[in-house]
Design a protein around this ligand. Structure first.
Ligand code: SAH
Ligand code: SF4
Ligand code: F3S
Length: 478
């Protein structure tokens, strides 16, 4: 098996990943798959690789030998789309040298722009939205017969539950497991409900089975993925009614417990929680199981209730801070991270100052921070003016980043002289003599290699830090 080559790693959005795997029943054709966007896109690419390998396609990391190029795309901000367009222009040049090459666009940008990419812009041969991946083999065949290959139908029930994703980082330690798709929230700035369709949850038995298989293959960490994991529900309607009295119901807290019970040596993480839906029962399950990592990504977006109202987030500053208090009360050492948008429509200086003051109260361990980027068709685009000047958005973003870096450094300094349980992920990027791994709180730790190996748990004494990394030494094996 070849190893998946993560070109740029660990990001939530807008980053590229080139994937490769091997397969036995090859048809001699090679698929090159490149992914941008969030973890859900990364996870979807593994589903795509599985569907295409069922047709005999072997995945390659070498674009020059590809018969089919698929690019899995993101629409969350304008610059995410610009990056993909540049890539598509590169691919178009390749087609001039090799007219048989099939170039297809998948994911959120495919769903948003639909056949215009094929007809008006003539950038690709094939367009498949996030719920149309089972159709990919047919679509590729249609291209071969000179037809327009487009499937952007969104589904109310597709979860790809029965498809066993091809893990593209063979020998990996940490895997993403999608537990739900779509989003029903309609935050006013967000394109996701338009590109991913209605929210639906995946059968819990298939989730637990996938986690069990991963553990047996040597994985030691799973991240349960959804746009709003707190609204995961199985056999429960959106009104809270039981759908089938003869079947058990499952909510997110129960699902997490089922996954935690796969093995005490399997770490469980999840993303993303939504402040309006995160309930104490989830926090209590986290506190109960040592292998559910004490780390919550709880996007706030803004620290001012009026902005949150315009964003249609469904909570106020006070509600959010109460949820933070609940986390600190129930899981005292829990790490907390967030997403923040600066310069949303009508954001005043005072409202921006309130985001900074909220950051001072919460003291996030980590944050993803963005300038507001207006997206077509969203509620904000229709209702509000994108009226904060670019330089003001930029200045506010810098203030937020600066504050965050100081909080991250403080958070890391507080870890010095503590002993942390670390799951070893592999060699440190900077030195072959060092290993790296994460604490339960999701901090990256670097320490001398000695006799230890990836996939092991070790206790590490933290001696020093930067704002991004902890440095330490192993004191014992677990
Ligand atoms: N489902 C998650 C977020 C998914 S998108 C949640 O509800 O929190 C990831 C992040 O991208 C968002 O949290 C938001 O901070 C950012 N984002 C989304 N739309 C954006 C836009 N139009 N401009 C700038 N940032 C945006
Ligand atoms: Fe977008 Fe809001 Fe849904 Fe998150 S919860 S994906 S921000 S609409
Ligand atoms: Fe981007 Fe779609 Fe994810 S818009 S952030 S790839 S859900």
């Amino acid at each position: 098996m070849s190893i998946g080559n993560k070109v740029i790693d660990e990001g939530m959005q807008g980053e590229a990943t080139i994937l490769a795997s091997d397969n036995s029943a090859a048809n001699g054709k090679k698929l090159y798959l490149e992914s941008y966007g969030c973890q859900m896109n990364f996870s979807d690419s593994e589903v795509v690789a599985s569907i295409m390998s069922g047709e005999g396609y072997q995945t390659t990391r070498n674009i020059e030998e590809a018969d089919v190029i698929l690019i899995n795309t993101c629409s969350i901000r304008e610059n995410a789309e610009t990056r993909v367009r540049n890539r598509l222009t590169d691919f178009k040049k390749k087609k001039e040298d090799n007219p048989d090459l099939v170039v297809g666009i998948l994911g959120c940008m495919a769903e948003r722009l639909k056949k215009s990419l094929l007809e008006e812009e003539k950038l690709v041969d094939l367009v498949a939205g996030p719920d149309a991946y089972r159709d990919l083999p047919n679509l590729v065949e249609e291209v071969g017969t000179g037809q327009k290959a487009v499937n952007v139908l969104l589904s109310r029930d597709e979860t790809y539950a029965d498809i066993s994703p091809v893990r593209l980082d063979q020998g990996g330690i940490s895997a993403f497991v999608t537990i739900m798709r779509g989003c029903d929230n309609m935050c006013s700035f967000c394109v996701v409900p338009f590109t991913r369709g209605r929210e639906r949850s995946r059968d819990p038995q298939t989730i637990v089975q996938e986690c069990r298989d991963l553990f047996e293959k040597g994985y030691r960490e799973v991240t349960l993925l959804g746009q709003n994991v707190d609204s995961y529900r199985w056999n429960i309607s959106s009104k809270g009614e039981i759908r089938d009295e003869n079947l058990p119901t499952t909510n997110f807290a129960q699902l997490m417990e089922m996954v935690a019970l796969v093995s005490p040596d399997l770490r469980v993480r999840f993303s993303t929680s939504h402040p309006k839906d995160m309930t104490d029962d989830v926090l209590e399950i986290m506190a109960k199981y040592e292998n559910i990592c004490p780390y919550i990504h709880l996007p706030v977006q803004s620290g001012h209730s009026d902005v949150l109202y315009r964003m249609n987030r469904g909570y106020s500053r006070e509600w959010y801070l109460e949820r933070i208090d609940a986390i600190k009360r129930i899981i005292p050492d829990c790490a907390i991270s967030t997403d923040i948008i600066t310069g949303f429509c009508g954001e005043t200086e005072e409202e921006h100052q309130d985001t900074l003051s909220l950051m001072d109260i919460v003291q996030y361990d980590f944050a993803y921070m963005f300038k507001y980027s207006e997206r077509p068709k969203t509620l904000a685009e229709r209702k509000f003016e994108d009226d904060v000047p670019e330089e003001v958005k930029g200045r506010r973003l810098n203030e937020i980043i600066e504050k965050q870096l100081s909080h991250a450094l403080l958070s890391n300094q507080r870890q010095i002289r503590t002993v942390q349980k670390v799951l070893i992920e592999g060699l440190s990027k900077r030195s072959e003599e060092h290993l790296c791994g994460r604490t339960g709180r999701n901090s990256m730790v670097v320490f001398p290699k000695s006799e230890y190996q990836k996939g092991q748990y070790v206790m590490v004494r933290i001696d020093d830090c930067t704002s991004a990394t902890l440095l330490g030494e192993v004191v014992s094996k677990c």
